[in-house]
Design a protein around this ligand. Structure first.
Ligand SMILES: Nc1nc2c(ncn2[C@@H]2O[C@H](COP(=O)(O)OP(=O)(O)O)[C@@H](O)[C@H]2O)c(=O)[nH]1
Ligand SMILES: [Mg+2]
Length: 986
């Protein structure tokens, strides 16, 4: 070792002062860095810098030390700084000046994770073993409005089952299932999260729960839908102090169609007396009103009577996360049994709700004076009054008296003396917990008794995920029995990020058989069919896990009825949204896929993105691929001008998506356009003229006319209520019976288009056999349908989808020479004919409209109307919420004018109002999109009468389309001249 390489204190001397510029110096030295520097080194810090030695803290959490040496240093320096210190040798000209020699580590974690498996009150091995008994599994989705208390409820369960050191673990009690950094920052759930927990009932028996915490904001409803897809039970959550939110109706829609068992959780019970200060009787009326309102929604959606909520049926439970308690009528009856009367009959709990009174020591439904006896109602007397009494005691009694009362009267001896001296809110929590017992017990009792296990519901959950195609008999019987030794069928409903965002796990429910790690399976993508069998992959499952949001438990296999995560080499690159899994050995090419992803609401909000630096296009595209997996509901398309357009549900949705795109997936500067919306095109009349369209080679011709489709039928097609297979008799029957089509018209349907989720145009063959050669027409059928679908995907106004139009083929001439009547000629010809049809039928532009649902502290009356009407919207109702000082306001506003409305409302109400906007309907944009004479001022707001034209031209410009839309583009010159002479077309 050469002594010249070290200073007199033993510090390595690196470069001479001329070499200083090659060193990345940092201004700050953190305390943790100091621990690596000896006292002597501290004194000589300046010298060290000059000599080329520098410590860099690269990441707050990791505090990794990096020391850069000059070339003259030797490996021996390694010994001085220990094994944790990386030594980098660099010369002055090693890299470009702007590239740091040592790249700082990025904060790449975007989910909060446990560092190691947390200790639980149960054995994880036992939990994994229990999953092999389907009758001991409950798959539950917790759904409801925004901020209704879903995540806080799961926190109660996590708290009871996870042994965590509250002082040392900063992640305690901070909404365990909101683990994304963005969720923590914004305080709302953005993605569904799952917890696999072992919960115990009041008798000490264990049940394995897969509980999904779903997002409440309607923009993230896709995640809720994907969780319900895998569940057997759905819990709807309603905040007791608020009304039933509008968004709950969408949740109810999905939950009802899913064949799941429904429960109602009335949350935040403490708000009744701590905030609203209602009397016990009024509190009862408030609760009853909520149950009635939810039942009203259920009935509106066609639910049968046995599904309706009623606490006596065991499908309603009450909760307060702040009071740390949860109870049902049964669990409350058990408290009475344990504390007062052991011999209470089984029917006691059933008499605790409804018009049942406790008069003269008897339960009765008859009372001479209902008003006078109101306070004798059993729910008020036996449930609400004791709860009020407990709360009032804590809030009003001195600690000493309270302690005496709790010990002597309530017989609770497990609260220590110092605990009575805590803050009243803590005393309330402690006392309620002791009085009501563990949340998991009453919750498990209820779900175990009234909910369904995979043994009972596996086939229903499977059928909800099934398409029209038939499954092999053997597989179906194995699904029915939830048999883990049967042939493997599993569904991937969602992809879940790894904590650094670089890969995804696939979330699966196994319907039959067992999904084993290290086994080889067949993955079928969303477009797989026995005819188009490209979309499949043989994949080795690398690992299988149980998912607990902030940690995963690796298990060897996931048996039938259970839900878990799988990882594999290419699983996340192959799967884009959903997938179907089969055994490799048993797979046959005609096996069908399970239902692919479907939007619950339409993504109508849109932005276009571009990299700031064109050379970053590659990074942007790979970032977009990742984002489309994380945000399954977004649609990414390439616009004519080369921009990448991202469609989503709302401002908030795109804001979260762009945050993740910028910060996590692409790490480049991105230019984002002003928010835009999707439009649709339609017609107001029947085509005024019949214009035959010739193919380019002149050997074929077709005449199509367009007419508006019934609004109800359009909506029903869009919401998937109709079977879209024209070959089945079912469709023509429905068209005749429900929409009064004549039988000829009902049988003439050829196709629906565009084929995407909201396919809402129809192509019908209205030609007569004695006028056209039907044989040639049938020969051309596929090409004509393709031309129609192309046209309906990109309409003539501004290449937006066509909605609510029936295209009728009324004449056709197809050449008998195959070469003259080839696909290219026919497709192009039909597309042009559809455009002619719609351009002669008073074309109109449709714009999307949001429903605004808002709760505020007091009526906002005129001021809100003013804000909304400025944006072409209107308020339709402004009503007080019963039993509260809140007002519920609903209205409509066009999506394009909704940008910034939430901020305006927050400013107006000083942040007190919450507002949610959901896509509601399409409406005609005011004005005529073909009117060349309308006034379009530059850089000033466009008058309302010119909006349709303005939207059309701007959309065309963005897509790189020349000029305005005109019929001239689709007809021959002579025909156009003749039409123009009529003055009907300009
Ligand atoms: N008063 C009261 N507030 C609660 C209770 N549970 C949750 N909250 C509050 O309600 C808000 C929303 O809760 P959260 O669980 O995130 O709702 P989520 O959107 O349904 O998941 C938070 O500010 C909670 O502190 C409760 O039992 N009582
Ligand atoms: Mg939440």
């Amino acid at each position: 070792m050469s002594t010249e390489e070290y200073d007199e204190f033993g510090n390595p001397i690196g470069v001479t002062s001329e070499d200083d510029s090659s060193i990345n110096s940092s201004e700050e030295t953190t305390s943790s860095e100091e621990s690596y520097v000896s006292e002597h080194q501290k004194e000589n810090l300046e010298e060290d810098i000059n000599s080329g030695v520098k410590n860099l803290t690269t990441n707050d959490e990791e505090e990794e030390k990096i020391i850069i040496h000059s070339k003259s240093s030797t490996d021996s320096s390694f010994q001085n700084f220990g094994p944790d210190v990386e030594t980098v040798y660099a010369t002055q000209d090693a890299l470009e000046p702007e590239i740091p020699i040592v790249e700082s580590l990025k904060n790449e974690k975007f989910t909060i994770e446990e560092e190691s498996l947390p200790k639980t009150t149960y054995s994880k091995q036992y939990l994994s073993d229990l999953l092999h008994i389907p009758s001991k599994i409950r798959n539950v989705s917790i759904c409801g409005g925004l901020q209704s208390g879903k995540t806080s409820f799961i926190d109660l369960l996590v708290d009871e089952t996870h042994l965590r050191d509250h002082k040392n673990n900063e992640n305690n009690n901070i909404k365990y299932t909101d683990n994304k950094v963005l969720e923590v920052e914004r305080g709302i759930s953005i993605h569904s999260s799952m917890m696999t927990l072992l919960l115990s009932n009041s008798k000490g028996n264990s049940i394995a729960f897969n509980v999904f915490d779903t997002p409440g904001h309607s923009s993230f409803i896709d995640d809720m839908n994907s969780s319900i897809n895998l569940s057997d039970n759905v819990i709807l959550v309603v905040d007791v102090a608020e009304d039933v939110p509008e968004s709950l109706s969408t949740v109810i829609n999905v939950a009802l169609s899913s064949n799941c068992k429904l429960f109602l959780m009335i949350s935040k019970l403490d708000r009744l007396f701590l905030e609203l200060r209602l009397t016990p009787l009024d509190a009862y009326y408030k609760i009853r009103k909520i149950i009635d309102n939810v039942n009203k929604y259920l009935k509106m959606k066609g639910a049968s009577d046995h599904i309706l909520f009623n606490p006596t049926r065991g499908n309603v439970f009450f909760e307060s996360a702040h009071l740390n308690c949860c109870f049902t009528l049964d669990s409350f009856a058990d408290i009475y049994r344990a504390k007062i009367h052991q011999d209470l009959s089984d029917t006691f709990s059933k008499s605790l709700w409804g018009d049942v009174y406790y008069l003269d020591g008897h339960f009765t439904t008859k009372t001479a004076n209902k008003i006078k006896s109101a306070n004798e109602r059993t729910f008020v007397k036996f449930i609400l009054e004791p709860i009020y009494k407990l709360a009032m005691m804590v809030l009003t009694m001195p600690a000493k008296k309270l302690e005496y009362y709790v010990r002597e009267k309530l017989g609770i001896h497990t609260i220590s003396h110092p605990q009575f001296k805590q803050d009243p809110s803590d005393v309330l929590r402690t006392l309620f917990k002791k009085y009501f017992g563990e949340t998991q017990c009453s919750f498990t009792d209820m779900i175990q008794s009234y909910g369904v296990s995979p043994i009972e519901n596996n086939i229903n959950a499977f059928q909800y995920n099934q398409t029209n195609l038939e499954f092999p008999e053997q597989s179906l019987s194995s699904v029915q029995k939830c048999d883990s030794s049967g042939p493997l069928i599993a569904k991937v409903s969602r992809l879940v990020n790894t904590s650094d965002g670089s890969r995804f796990y696939a979330e699966v429910r196994v319907f039959s058989g067992t999904l084993k790690s290290k086994s080889s399976v067949i993955l079928l993508g969303e477009t797989y069919s026995s005819e188009f069998n490209e979309d499949m992959k043989i994949q080795k499952i690398k690992k299988t896990f149980l998912n607990d949001t902030r940690y995963r438990i690796e298990v060897g296999e996931i048996p039938a009825g259970a839900i878990g995560l799988i990882s594999g080499h290419e699983i996340d690159t192959f799967i884009t949204r959903t997938a179907t899994i089969y055994d490799e050995d048993a797979f046959k090419p005609n096996f069908p896929i399970l239902k692919p992803f479907k939007h619950v609401i339409q993504p109508v909000f849109k932005v276009a993105v571009q990299p700031e630096n064109p050379s970053d296009m590659g990074s942007l595209i790979s970032g977009l691929k990742m984002i489309s997996r994380e945000y399954a509901g977004c649609e990414i398309t390439v616009e004519e001008g080369g921009d990448q357009a991202i469609s989503g549900y709302s401002e908030l949705y795109l804001d979260c998506l762009l945050h993740d795109l910028r910060k996590l997936y692409s790490n480049i500067d991105i230019k984002v356009s002003d928010p835009m919306t999707r439009f649709a095109e339609t017609c107001a009349d029947t085509s005024m003229v019949k214009l035959p369209t010739n193919s380019v080679n002149g050997h074929n011709s077709i005449t199509i006319i367009a007419e508006p489709l019934d609004e109800e039928l359009t909506n029903d097609i869009a919401s998937g209520k109709l079977p879209l297979d024209p070959k089945t008799r079912k469709l023509s029957k429905i068209l005749r019976k429900r929409y009064q089509w004549d039988s000829l018209a009902a049988r003439s349907v050829w196709a629906f288009g565009p084929l995407e989720n909201h396919s809402v145009s129809i192509l019908c063959d209205d030609t007569l056999p004695d006028e056209v050669d039907k044989e040639r027409l049938l020969f051309a059928r596929d090409s004509i349908i393709q031309g129609f679908r192309w046209a309906s995907r990109e309409g003539p106004l501004c290449e937006e989808p066509i909605r609510g139009v029936r295209f009728r083929i009324i004449d056709v001439g197809i050449s008998s020479d195959y070469n003259e009547a080839n696909g290219a000629q026919l497709i192009q010809m039909t597309r042009q004919a559809c455009y002619c049809a719609i351009m002669t039928a008073t074309p109109q532009l449709l714009e999307p409209v949001f429903k605004v649902d808002m709760t505020s502290n007091g009526s906002l009356g005129k001021s809100l109307s003013k804000i909304i009407s400025k944006r072409r919207g209107r308020v339709v109702s402004d009503k007080p919420v019963d039993g509260t000082q809140l007002f519920r306001i609903t209205g409509f506003v066009p999506v394009i004018d909704s940008v910034g409305l939430e901020t305006d409302i927050r400013l107006l109400t000083q942040g007190k109002a919450m507002c949610e906007m959901t896509f509601a309907k399409w409406q005609t944009a005011p004005g005529d999109p073909l009117d060349k004479s309308c006034y379009l001022p530059i850089l000033r707001p466009v008058p309302i009468a010119s909006l349709a034209r303005d939207f059309t031209l701007k959309t065309r410009k963005r897509k790189g389309l020349d000029g305005g839309p005109t019929l001239e583009n689709y007809v021959e010159h002579e025909t156009w001249e003749k039409l123009r002479a009529t003055n009907l077309f300009v």
